[in-house]
Design a binder for this molecule. Structure first.
Ligand code: AMP
Length: 550
């Protein structure tokens, strides 16, 4: 039997029109470094988004699903682009300004971006790339910055001023009635191996994900809130917040390029956001700042923290100053909201703690399973560790294969029965809370069991004489793989591997303890400060490390 319900497509244009009309007074507040930030109402943003769409169509010829890229900080113009570009039927492609130049060029060419909207302050980054971007026909510059950097650049792209381009154009646009499954936005993830991979979000996935973001079990945001959006708009659509806020009227506080701890502390004290979203590094920096120069952070009732594991000590430190961090897990392929760690009802603060330190529980839209080393689906018992696989309406089913090419589904990323293989290793408790223990590429596969490299590292770094420790898998004739521990000792400490091993034995099973040890002056790091385990494995394979075997 068919339903009798209407079949309205889930489109970003609905989000745009809803926000500008129902929540017209809500604001996007952009930090500018001037004494007063830029304040723009959702009604104005809606008008300007329509003007931008008119300009893109009438002046720049965007009339289909061309890719319009942004190379921008978090600010009001970027929100306008977020709403206008997908709503008119084009594809918003957010370029990650932290990527190395070669990767940016590769990504923009792979997506065949036709237009780039760029913040003036990022022209030093874009100008040298332009000669290598043959598909870019138009560059639209917004905000302060030295335009002369584009003079004499070897490119066919025409340069436009954002404000001049949209000025005087109609503030309405006849948004097309698109198929909700068509592309709305795209974002590339750059792993440590292989080419970057493009995830293409649909109107439907953006719409449903926005509803999930707003729900009480997720970020719980309403028009009484102001959210400080530190997570960049080029990182998985700023975790979906700009679209979600237009749905619910949440004010957005945008830091633009002022991402250092001192201006962040200042904007929290002055604008009093109730919520914020950012990765742990930001919260570490802010904590050090407010410890040295106290600021009033009391407006923040909840902070969404994710992108990498949140150390419990950081949560505790913020608890002490009255700011509650709520841990979340996700990835580009999951739009990104996968889990959030709100404890179940009815617990004491101590009982809540054991839930808060997990990555969180899955919402109804995300189905999860854990697959063990032998390929079996493991029970949700809080102990059986395997690779996390997920599926649902805002989870990727494939990667962008290139213009006019079919999407690609690498076997290490998608299971035969249609689940996304996350590459994260963890356990799920009987009540659906996820705890991650490793990445698949870093876990140590020893005799059919998995040893968590992170568990070993955390246990080692809890030793008073260990400053840093990185653990990697190395080949072993008997067990397949065994852990190799590299440690950096505190000044003046002397090496006693047997003692360190005994210390680990206090919290870990004996078969998990490393027998290979190396003393290093420093753990090699990637350009974003993570332990570079590939480098350690290579050094070991090349015989560059002085290994002691117990
Ligand atoms: P990206 O696609 O760049 O957002 O990276 C996604 C990856 O970041 C995930 O697959 C995880 O490995 C990691 N990640 C994200 N959130 C968390 C978290 N809360 N705890 C641990 N790892 C996380």
């Amino acid at each position: 039997m068919l339903s009798t319900m209407q079949d309205a497509p889930l489109l970003t244009s609905r989000i745009l029109e809803h926000g500008r009309r129902i929540h017209g007074k809500s604001q996007v507040i952009t930090w500018t470094g001037a004494p007063e930030p830029d304040r723009r109402s959702f009604a104005e943003i809606g008008d300007r988004a329509a003007q931008l769409a008119n300009a893109l169509r009438d002046e720049l010829g965007v009339d289909g699903d061309q890719r319009v890229a942004t190379l921008m900080w978090n600010n009001a113009e970027h929100v306008e682009a977020y709403l206008a570009i997908p709503s008119m039927g084009a594809v918003l492609h957010t370029l990650n300004l932290r990527l190395p130049a070669e990767q940016l060029v590769w990504i923009a060419n792979h997506a065949a971006d036709g237009v780039v909207i760029v913040n003036g302050s990022l022209l030093p980054l874009l100008a040298p790339l332009l000669p290598h971007l043959p598909t870019v026909e138009h560059v639209v510059v917004s905000g302060p910055g030295d335009r002369s950097l584009l003079d004499g650049v070897d490119s066919r792209a025409q340069v436009h001023e954002y404000e001049e381009l949209i000025a005087g154009r109609p503030t309405t646009f006849d948004w097309p009635e698109l198929d909700e499954r068509t592309a709305a936005a795209m974002c590339y993830t750059s792993g440590t191996t292989g080419d970057p991979k493009g995830v293409v979000f649909s109107h439907r996935s953006v719409y449903l994900h926005s509803m999930q973001v707003s729900m009480a079990e997720s970020m719980s945001l309403t028009d009484r809130d102001t959210t400080l959006v530190v997570v960049p708009q080029f990182h998985v659509n700023a975790w979906g917040i700009p679209h979600a806020t237009f749905m619910t009227g949440v004010n957005m506080l945008m830091p633009d390029r002022f991402l250092q701890p001192a201006p962040l502390a200042e904007m929290i004290e002055k604008e009093r956001p109730t919520h914020a979203a950012a990765v742990p590094t930001i919260w570490h920096g802010l904590l050090a700042e407010v410890t040295a120069n106290p600021r009033d952070l009391s407006s923040m009732r909840m902070v969404t923290i994710g992108g990498s594991s949140c150390p419990p000590a950081l949560m505790e430190a913020y608890d002490k100053i009255g700011v509650r961090l709520c841990h979340a897990w996700g990835m580009t392929e999951t739009s990104p909201l996968g889990t959030m760690a709100h404890p179940p009802a009815g617990l004491t603060p101590e009982e809540e703690w054991s839930y808060r330190v997990t990555q969180g529980r899955f919402p109804a839209g995300v189905e999860a399973r854990v697959v063990g080393p032998g390929g079996d689906v493991l029970p949700w018992d809080g102990e059986s560790a395997g690779e996390l696989e997920v599926r649902g309406p805002w989870i990727a089913a494939a990667y962008f294969g290139g213009v006019d090419a079919e999407p690609v589904r690498p076997a290490d990323k998608f299971s035969e029965d249609g689940w996304l293989k996350t590459g994260d290793v963890g356990v799920i408790s009987a009540d659906g809370y996820l705890t991650l223990t490793d990445r698949v590429k870093d876990v140590i596969k020893s005799g059919g069991e998995w040893i968590s490299s992170i568990a070993l590292e955390n246990a080692l770094m809890a030793h008073p004489e260990v400053v840093e420790a990185a653990v990697v898998a190395v080949p072993d004739q008997k067990w397949g793989e065994r852990p190799l521990a590299t440690v950096v000792l505190a000044e003046g400490a002397s090496v006693d591997y047997a003692a360190l091993r005994a210390f680990l034995g206090e919290s870990l099973a004996s078969w998990q303890l490393p027998e290979r040890w190396v003393l290093v002056p420093e753990v090699p790091k990637t350009n974003i400060g993570k332990f570079d385990k590939r480098a350690i494995r290579r050094q070991y394979a090349d015989g560059e490390l002085e290994v002691t075997k117990l």
